[in-house]
Each structure stands twice: as C-alpha cells, then as structure tokens.
Design a protein around this ligand. Structure first.
Ligand code: PLP
Length: 380
C-alpha cells in the first residue's frame, strides 16, 4: 500500500472533536447532540409519567449505535430492540444487557450467533413458524444458554407474524416444550400504522391491534401458559399502546432522530404527545452552480435514502429539492437565494433508518463544533 495515501474513509474517522462543522468532509451524517438528548429525555419522561410500569425498549435499527443505546438506557430504557443479528452483536459487545431481536431468523448460523449473544445478555427473539423454534432450541442447547422467545402476531402490519390466535397458542405450546427456550409473550408491532397521517387513523389501527393481541394473549393464558410480555409500538403510535393497559413494552425507534417523513404525520394538538426534534442531518457541499437557479450538491442516493420521499429543505426557504442521482442532488434556487460553490448546507433525510445505514460514522455536534465521532454498526 502506498503509505502517502490516506486510509479509505470507512477506516478512518472523517472528523475529530473540536473541528468546526464547516470543515467536515461531505457528504456526512450529522447528529445534533443536544436535540438527540432532548428527544431521549422527552420520551423517557412521557413513559414514566403517563404509563408507569410500561417498559421502554427503543429500536436500535434506527441508529445502529451503541453510543446512542447507552444514552437511551441511562435515561431509563430497559434495553434495545434490534432488527439484525449484526446489530444485536454490536449492542451485546457494548454491554447492553437486554436485547430483543424483533425479527425472525431462519438458518442455523444465525441461531448460533444469537446463542452466543445469549451467553452474555438477556436475549429474546420472535418466531412465527415451528422451524424457527427448532433452530433456536438446537442452538441454545448446543451453547448451554437460554433464549427467550416471543410469538409474533400480525396485528395489521401485514409483514411477519401468525395470523390467528389459534396459531399463536400452538407456537407458544411448542416453545414451552422446547429445551433451552423460555416463552415470553407476544410481539404485536403494527408497522403500517406508524405513518398513517391522521391521529384518528393511527388510534383506530392500534385499537384493532390491541384487540387482536388481547384475544391471543387470553387464549394463550386459557391454555395454561403465562404470557407476561406484549411488546410493540413505534414513534407514530406509542401514545396509544402506552394507554392500552395491554402493552408492557414500547419499541419506538425513529424518535431519537426523526425525519422528513415523520414530520408529515399530523399531530393531535389537543393531546399531550411529545413533539420530537429533527436531530439528524446530512451535511452536503455545493459542488456546482451551472445556472442562476440551479445548485448541485454532493449528497445523492448513496448518502441518503429517498424511499419515503425527498429530504426536507425547511431550513432554507428559497431552495427546492429537484431530484437525486447516485452522488448528486439538484436544488432549485429562488431569487434572491443564491448558493455559492463550496457552501455547505444541511438536508433533513426523508427516512432516518436506511439513511444512517449508508454511513460508517455519525458526526456528533453541538450546533457549530464536532463533539464526538460514533461508529455505525453496519451489516447483518
Ligand atoms: C421499525 C420498528 C420499530 C420502530 O419504529 P419507528 O417508527 O422507527 O419508531 C419498532 N418495532 C419494530 C418491529 C420495527 O420494525
């Protein structure tokens, strides 16, 4: 290797504490630490005051960051949810003591990796098929550990999950009879409800989810099986699950960062529901201004996810988002707004979770200066 060339960017920290934001290389993922900490404190105090006894288990798929998880746990969270085994490994390695893989695994290799995690953290995982129960039991027995298992019920999300209370009872019985496994209860997350725009639509969706989960838990208990945990909820609906008197755990993820898509959810102004701040931005540099009304910057489809719509330019009245390609975004400037080549601007991503997963580092700042650089646990 040529010793004169710097390391590839994924292997070196792209900024150091003390550096002014204006000097940070782009495109880069930035987190406003005071705003992040306010979001963490706001949800924690809401749950403590409004739903005492309900546990907060934030979803780490949003941030993939042990540093963020530590702050959530310091504020009262009991642990985290993860969506991938790789996220769970990163959280366990950082000392997170209670991890829920809110997802299914379907191969022996991943079951072995989960069993290794269960050797040091309390580990729970979802199932919706008997074959997953067998894989987990075999891996737990081979490693000499206990794995906690939740049956996932489809409560309207139309993703994973069994479709009936009878099927949930059958799986619960199988788990109870499987060595190395402990049945914890139900995963009852309604993903599609999170971005229904009207609060009344979200409320109706969670009322139905609660009805389905209560019926399944009732049938499991009627079969003589304890069902202590009913877990679910996200940033769009947690107030309803918190008030349900059924859910025992909340899995909100996006609230730590927020994004332009969540900003489009209508709020019920009468309800005392926390208002989270945009803590995540993509810093990008204007690399060309070929026309008086066109600026082109260096953050494109490979620096932020556009699956839930374009980034927001609300910080810059006078700029409109005009489209992305791999490594470019086009911005339309309305007079008298005029960006110069070399100027840096902040974009608020459309969808926080997949945007974070495109970056190796989170550059943490206080509004003007870098205060920390946190790694992102990418991969599966
Ligand atoms: C994504 C997800 C969440 C968190 O949802 P947000 O909308 O990001 O708060 C919770 N639980 C599960 C199972 C998820 O997939």
């Amino acid at each position: 290797m040529n010793a004169l060339l710097p390391l590839p960017r994924s292997l070196r920290r792209p900024a150091e504490p003390g550096m002014p934001i204006a000097e940070v290389e782009t495109p880069t993922l930035l987190v406003d630490l005071p705003a992040l900490d306010r979001n963490i404190a706001l949800l924690a105090s809401y749950v403590q005051n409004r739903a005492p006894g309900v546990r907060l288990r934030p979803h780490a798929k949003t941030h993939k960051s042990p540093d963020v998880a530590r702050r959530q746990i310091a504020a009262g969270a009991i642990g985290v949810c993860c969506q991938t085994v790789g996220e769970a490994e990163a959280m366990a390695a950082a000392g997170v003591a209670d991890i829920l893989l809110s997802n299914q695994i379907a191969d022996a290799g991943k079951a072995r990796r989960l069993a290794a995690i269960a050797g040091q953290s309390r580990l729970s995982v979802c199932v919706d098929d008997p074959s997953q129960v067998a894989l987990l039991s075999d891996a737990a027995m081979a490693a000499g550990v206990t794995i906690h298992v939740l049956v996932e019920l489809d409560v309207g999300g139309a993703r994973c999950g069994v479709l009936s209370a009878d099927a949930a009872v059958a799986l619960a019985r199988l788990i109870v009879g499987s060595p190395g496994l402990v049945f914890d209860g139900l995963q009852a997350y309604h993903g599609r409800a999170q971005h229904l725009r009207k609060p009344s639509e979200r409320q109706a969706a969670i009322a139905e989810a609660t009805r389905l989960a209560a019926a399944a838990a009732g049938q499991i208990r009627d079969a003589g099986i304890a069902c202590p945990t009913i877990t679910g909820a996200g940033t769009g609906t947690f107030a309803f699950e918190a008030a349900s008197a059924l859910y025992t755990e909340l899995q909100c993820g996006s609230y730590v960062f927020m994004d332009a898509d969540y900003a489009r959810n209508e709020r019920d102004d009468g309800a005392d529901v926390p208002h989270f701040e945009q803590a995540l931005t993509i810093l990008t540099t204007v690399i060309s201004t070929p026309l008086p009304d066109r600026a082109v910057c260096d953050a494109g489809l490979k620096a932020m996810s556009l699956d839930s719509g374009p980034p927001s330019l609300q910080l810059y009245p006078g700029l409109d988002y005009a489209g992305a390609s791999d490594e470019h975004s086009k911005l339309t400037m309305h007079s008298p707004f005029a960006l110069q080549v070399g100027q840096k601007i902040h974009l608020v991503p459309g969808h926080c979770d997949p945007t974070v997963a495109m970056h190796d580092w989170i550059i943490v700042h206080d509004g003007s200066t870098v205060t920390a650089v946190w790694p992102v646990a990418r991969g599966w």
